[in-house]
Design a protein. Structure first.
Length: 375
């Protein structure tokens, strides 16, 4: 199989995802042709020569790589100029976040390609193995960024997250106790903040209590419990996820009135539409804006700020699935790999993931294209 690592056109997206296997070599030694777009790995400190030394071929023409590839690997969702290059016989494997992207979904449907989303690949225990590494990175960045934005020169309240002797530490609320929330809380604990994690699963709160060892409090998440804590909050991190679906709003605009002047909201759920009513996507180069005197940090693709860490974390997780797709072909891999099958969002011109169909109020199709979703 010919597979291809596409260069980045999304602003400040500088990760690479050309796969290397457990001995550090590209899949070429298994008989596959690996095309890497020139310069694709530079932002992650991987030069073209590093790829060619492991058997990959550097393609300097975009038309060549899209035209030759059977399997296209990316990190973030394809941009309009890329979508038009997709063909029905190709497989796209990347983060898609289609629940908040109706135009992209329409473009992928029109291509006829099989589009597999990293974020909806789900294992037998309901975990998201390809979303987890980026969730870990994003959770840690969220607290770092929030702490930075609390500084006065950045428009914040002028509060040091950890405080000092005689001056109280900042109060940090983390809404959502999944992978993002856990990692955000751990960094906040390390910065010596007063930390509260809001979660709705009792079992998950028990797990978090064991991890935190008394260094943070867990709170059952409800509108009332969040409202009661908002007046105390200096930093609120939104870490809400519903698999494949648009994120629900856990803080409304009206509730901003309960918060301190120049408190900070960090919305890690922004790629899925955002979990604050007042959230809108921002970039690393222009990360914040104010609504009702509350700072909003809603950067899409937060892990893009640390491309070296993010590249290796993502590749470690995705590689087994990439190799299976290459070895078995898309139909063979999907027939035998249930987690990978759950990652298919669009195939044969139809939406085949129920959460995406529901979010976009579209028809769900599961039969007629040999990709029927199985339990």
């Amino acid at each position: 199989m010919t597979f291809h690592n596409e260069g980045r056109v999304r602003r400040v997206e500088i990760r690479s995802d050309a796969p290397k296997d457990s001995d550090g070599r590209c899949g070429s030694h298994r008989g596959h042709e690996v095309l890497v777009q020139a310069g694709a790995g530079i932002g992650s400190a991987i030069e073209d020569e590093h790829y060619t030394a492991q058997g990959a071929r550097i393609a300097r023409d975009v038309a060549e790589v899209w035209g030759a590839a059977e399997l296209v690997l990316k990190v973030k969702e394809p941009q309009p100029a890329e979508v038009v290059r997709l063909r029905a016989e190709q497989t796209l494997f990347t983060y898609l976040h289609l629940a908040a992207a109706p135009e992209l979904t329409a473009g992928l449907r029109a291509s006829g390609a099989t589009c597999i989303a990293y974020e909806t690949v789900e294992d037998a225990r309901g975990r998201l193995p390809l979303l987890a590494p980026m969730s870990e990175v994003a959770g840690k960045i969220a607290t770092q960024a929030g702490a930075f934005m609390l500084e006065k020169p950045l428009g914040g309240r002028g509060v040091l997250v950890g405080g000092v002797p005689g001056v109280a530490a900042a109060t940090v609320l983390v809404i959502g106790g999944g992978v993002v929330g856990l990692n955000a809380a751990l960094i906040a604990i390390g910065m010596q903040a007063e930390v509260f994690v809001f979660e709705r699963s009792i079992d998950r709160m028990r797990e978090l209590d064991l991890v935190f060892g008394g260094r943070a409090s867990t709170v059952y998440s409800s509108t009332l419990s969040i409202e009661q804590m908002l007046p105390q909050a200096d930093l609120v991190i939104g870490a809400v996820l519903i698999h494949g679906a648009r994120a629900p709003h856990v803080i409304t605009r009206e509730q901003l009135g309960l918060m301190k002047s120049r408190a900070v909201l960090v919305d890690v759920s922004i790629d899925q539409g955002g979990c604050f009513e007042t959230s809108r996507p921002t970039t690393h180069s222009d990360p914040t804006y104010q609504v009702d005197d509350v700072t909003h940090y809603c950067v899409t693709n937060m892990p893009g700020a640390v491309p070296i860490t993010a590249t290796y974390a993502l590749t470690n997780a995705t590689l087994p699935y990439v190799l299976e797709l290459a070895e078995r072909g898309v139909q063979g891999a999907l027939a035998t790999n249930a987690p990978l099958r759950l990652g298919v969002n669009v195939a044969g011109g139809e939406i085949v993931h129920p959460a995406v169909a529901e979010a976009l109020s579209a028809d769900l199709h599961t039969a007629g294209h040999d990709l029927e979703r199985k339990p």
